[in-house]
Design a protein around this ligand. Structure first.
Ligand code: PLP
Length: 259
């Protein structure tokens, strides 16, 4: 039996709804063998982030090298990278190990307001990671930080996608979930736009949606899907996960990866 292999380089969410835990659950549900390289440990539940402990650069490097040199990686995603030196080291190890199909989820701030990437580290993301990326998946606030522009319309989402594409990534998905109306995401390949729409589902349980969406894209790329097909599957997966949440915890709970 041959199995497709996906690696997530991201932070741990002790609450299990976002980060490494969401990624590994998504990989498993989508039939891919999941591996992880932790960048940071967060003490977290549905009420928020209570502590952040970044791991040493050597520990991050060793985890990536260990899995890449033995088990092999068909696709990789990055999530919480905390600070510029971690971004630089992660980019270096992805390149050194020739890991294909990089999905960058430019995690910056948790929904509760905790910073998961130090301010001003987005330049490191742009300089070191985006030239290696197959896809980047910013939500609107992240696209605003990356472009320095306010985004309030679909036309502005498209302008942001063009701008972010110029940083060297092959594809850009700008997620419009923060706009009113249907949840519209756009995919840009440098020439044409594709749109992915789902009806809006009002819920406070959307913790980890960005992690889950990018992990689903990574799973499909690991299996050999095109980027367009991977985004189609991921959009369906996250829409189902949001519509059928588990109602866990007293705050913003996780989505349902098995939906
Ligand atoms: N915690 C970790 C470790 C993450 O990687 C992420 C990802 O974005 C979050 C928290 C944020 O979760 P959310 O903003 O969906 O609540």
């Amino acid at each position: 039996m041959t199995v497709s292999r996906a690696l997530t380089i991201a932070g741990s969410d002790s609450g299990g709804g976002a980060g490494i835990q969401a990624d590994l659950k998504t990989f498993t549900v989508l039939g891919v063998y999941g591996m992880s390289a932790l960048t940071a440990i967060t003490a977290q539940n549905t009420l928020g982030v209570h502590g952040i402990y970044n791991l040493p650069l050597e520990a991050i490097e060793q985890q990536i090298d260990a899995v890449a040199t033995d088990i092999g990686v068909d696709a990789v995603k990055t999530g919480m990278l905390s600070q510029a030196p971690i971004i630089e080291r992660v980019a270096e190890r992805i390149k050194a190990n020739n890991i294909p199909n990089l999905v960058v989820d430019p995690v910056m701030v948790a929904k509760g307001g905790a910073r998961l990437l130090e301010q001003d580290s987005q330049q490191a993301l742009i300089r070191h990671l985006l030239p290696l990326a197959t896809v980047i998946t910013p939500n609107l606030p992240e696209a605003e930080v990356l472009t320095g522009r306010t985004i309030t319309t679909v036309e502005e989402m498209k302008e942001a996608a063009r701008h972010i594409h110029s940083f060297g990534t092959r594809y850009v998905v700008v997620k419009g979930g923060h706009l009113d109306g249907d949840a519209l995401d756009i995919l840009f390949d440098g020439e044409t736009f594709a749109e992915f729409v789902a009806p809006r589902h009002e819920t406070k349980h959307t913790h980890g949606t960005g992690c889950t969406f990018s992990a689903a894209i990574t799973s499909e790329l690991a299996k050999g899907a095109s980027v367009h097909d991977a985004v189609t599957t991921a959009k369906h997966f996250i829409t189902c996960a949001i519509q059928d949440t588990l109602g866990l915890g007293q705050g913003h709970g996780p989505t349902n990866h098995w939906a």
